[in-house]
Design a protein around this ligand. Sequence first.
Ligand code: PLP
Length: 383
Amino acid sequence: MNQPPVYYFDNNATTRIAPEVLEAMLPFLRDQWGNPSSLYGFGRQLAKPLELAREKVAALINAEPREIILTSGGTESINSALQSAIETRPQKRHLITTAVEHPATLKSHARLKSLGFDVTILPVDADGQLDVRSLERSIRPDTALVSAMTANNETGVLFPIEEIAAICRSKDVLFHTDAVQTPGKLKIDVKESGVDFLSLSAHKLYAPKGVGLLYVKRGVKFQPCIIGGGQEQGRRGGTENVAGIVGFGRAAELATTYLNEANTRIRTLRDKLENGILKAIKGVAVNGSRDLRLPNTSNLSFEGIEAEGILLLLDEQGICASSGSACTSGSLDPSHVLLAMGCDTARARGSLRFSLGVYNTEAEVDFVLKQLPPIVAKLRTQR
Ligand code: PLP
């Protein structure tokens, strides 16, 4: 099939599988397709590659292999952390999170609220930042868990995870961080940050969809969310996605290369794109702190027009970007992240996210810089 060129600027949504990752996975799809729990050698032989992959993903975050639970992705990991916290601390009925979390976190809290838990949702300021002192004040004797993301998927804004972890530790409250957007962009060190739970997803790191991990700090009690066979030492039932896990392991090995790229070449490309747009088009504003954010993300508001129109015209040119808006019943709802930052509905509806990755080139950035100004001008004249 001949595919027209794709200019992919949506790496916070998902990433392409790296050729090295695919290479590592193929034998486990083609030849070694047994079940690792089997008693016979053909299945049993898979235990070793699984454990090797676990060691590699553990090394990515400076954890011990036994602190890793392999899951189906970020959403499952987040749900599992929450579930475990409330089950292991049954007398504590209060949870704290932030207004800008991914729906996996926000909707799980909403469900727990409907089940009678007390939930505090902390606001953020215009830069997307959290007031850590207000978080500290919100902690009560009956708080079971605080959940705050390491980096925001829409704006790239970073939260001070180490500081939050220290506060939680001093008050004997569990702390979970959704770090799905950070591997390969920021160094993650669970020993330094002191978090109790951390969620990751392979498909944001040039590995396949449907794989992820939950880090559970040694000594923190864990109750499984997915119950079934005794896989993952009884902590997560379900036959292992061997090929996906091996791919995740290979991607974790490559993450140092990605990290260097992200903080040099990708950051430069992102800045070129962002500054180029700000220079070429009037009425554009950056959403979120420009300093405390991921090196690959740029979230921009275009005055007077809706992101949906821009996205459709960009798509005609093969450019993939996104808006933070959720598509519900055919219309775009304004992003909850931008609304929480105090943007009005019009500004939130006029926002686009460009998120770059290791496969973006300068020529692609130049292509966007050429295509976008006439698209915005055209939409503005149609108002
Ligand atoms: N958390 C964040 C910040 C994300 O960006 C995503 C994916 O978009 C998720 C959680 C969910 O991860 P997954 O798609 O692996 O379930």
